[in-house]
Design a protein. Structure first.
Length: 96
């Protein structure tokens, strides 16, 4: 189901904050690298952006399923990223 990329945020039982586009998890929308492609960044630069600019904790990368796990300790840091990436996606009308 094609749609404009839009992430939602939630808190896990561990207290960490997460976000992702969850509208089509069987499709590509939930892949961690979608924002990097939308931004025209290398994957490494995107990870550094998450870590340095948005204070995300990069937890692990699981190569067999191409899953990058990252989270935030504070909801305000996660929310700042969510607002920013959603605004970029809307402006670009980035369809996934």
């Amino acid at each position: 189901m094609a749609h404009v990329y839009k992430v939602d945020e939630w808190q896990s039982p561990t207290g960490k904050w997460h976000c992702n586009d969850v509208k089509d998890l069987a499709g590509v929308s939930g892949k961690w690298w979608i924002p990097a492609r939308m931004l025209g960044m290398s994957l490494t630069d995107y990870i550094l952006l998450l870590k340095d600019e948005f204070k995300a904790d990069i937890e692990s990368y699981y190569e067999p399923t191409d899953a990058l796990l990252f989270s935030w300790k504070k909801q305000t840091d996660c929310h700042r990223y969510v607002l920013w990436i959603n605004a970029v996606a809307r402006k670009a009308n980035y369809i996934v």
